[in-house]
Design a protein around this ligand. Structure first.
Ligand SMILES: C[S@@+](CC[C@H](N)C(=O)[O-])C[C@H]1O[C@@H](n2cnc3c(N)ncnc32)[C@H](O)[C@@H]1O
Length: 268
């Protein structure tokens, strides 16, 4: 399952929804509650997970500009059923090249989810500058922050986790990726331009019954560890032991994420 495939996004969405910080969502809604209608831009929207998660918490008329460079995912996002007070426009853009175009036009809120760990420090700085220049609040959910806890423990877990965190920094189309450093860099970046950055943990807490997502995560991690240089036999035997724990109904996992609301002072 690829990192951006519709199947993977569908598998992770219920876990994302459970993990999202309700406090940050409430702060996002409060930051917008004086406005009679909303123009929202969702960067790297995938199939529309942030729209589905956030729009029910915003009681006013909303128009979402959904931006992604994957036409298949955008097509699915555009086809989703919507409440009467929500409209969407799908905008195919490469955000590495055309970030400024994506932010063009009247905008009350910029959102994204599961994107910031993929981008480079340079691109993040550009995003911060462009958003601050427009004085818009920014809601970024589910930024991976490097914390992983797996139970029951296995002697190779530490090596696998280090390999995954190294793999996270490989270029994903935006220059060298921030990976686990992204959440902190985003907070600091927005604070530097005078924004208030509220953040809360939004960890995936995945239990023994969540077998499908564990299988997908662990096999993806074994591949990633192999790509970064871990001996293939070591990664394969780790995956075999993890699969035995999953099959026995014993395996659980926490993956650390952070949700962020960055708002110009006076707008939170
Ligand atoms: C991990 S997925 C997250 C999708 C969605 N936000 C969610 O939470 O389900 C990352 C998304 O970034 C998009 N993406 C990656 N590189 C991009 C680029 N250069 N321009 C626009 N979108 C990009 C992918 O197509 C994918 O939809």
């Amino acid at each position: 399952m690829s990192g951006f495939s519709a199947d993977w996004l569908a598998l992770r969405e219920p876990h994302d929804l459970r993990a999202r910080s309700g406090e940050i969502v409430s702060m996002v809604a409060a930051s917008l509650d004086a406005l009679p209608s909303l123009q929202i831009v969702d960067l790297a929207c995938g199939t529309g997970s942030t729209l589905r998660a956030l729009s029910p918490h915003l009681p006013v008329r909303q128009h979402w500009r959904l931006v992604d460079n994957d036409l298949g995912l955008l097509g699915r996002a555009k086809a989703m059923p919507l409440a009467n007070h929500v409209t969407v426009a799908a905008t195919p853009l490469d955000l590495n090249r055309d970030l400024e175009t994506a932010l063009d036009g009247p905008t009350d809120l910029v959102t994204t989810s599961a994107l910031l760990d993929l981008v480079s420090n340079t691109w993040l700085d550009r995003l911060v500058v462009e958003i601050a220049a427009r004085s818009i609040p920014f809601y970024a959910s589910l930024t991976y922050d490097g914390r992983i806890e797996i139970a029951p423990g296995d002697p190779a877990d530490g090596e696998i986790i280090s390999a995954i965190n190294a793999h996270q920094t490989i270029e994903k189309g935006f220059g060298p990726a921030l990976g686990p450093a992204a959440a902190k860099a985003a907070i600091e970046g927005f604070e530097r331009v005078g924004y208030i950055a509220a953040h809360r943990r939004s960890d995936w807490i995945i239990g023994p019954r969540d077998r499908d997502i564990q299988e997908a995560i662990f096999s993806g991690w074994a591949d990633a560890a192999g790509e970064i240089g871990l001996a293939p036999a070591k990664a394969a035997s780790w995956l075999m032991r993890r699969r035995e724990f999953i099959a026995a109904g014993l395996s659980s996992l926490r993956v650390g994420h952070l949700d962020l609301l960055a708002a110009p002072i006076g707008k939170r």
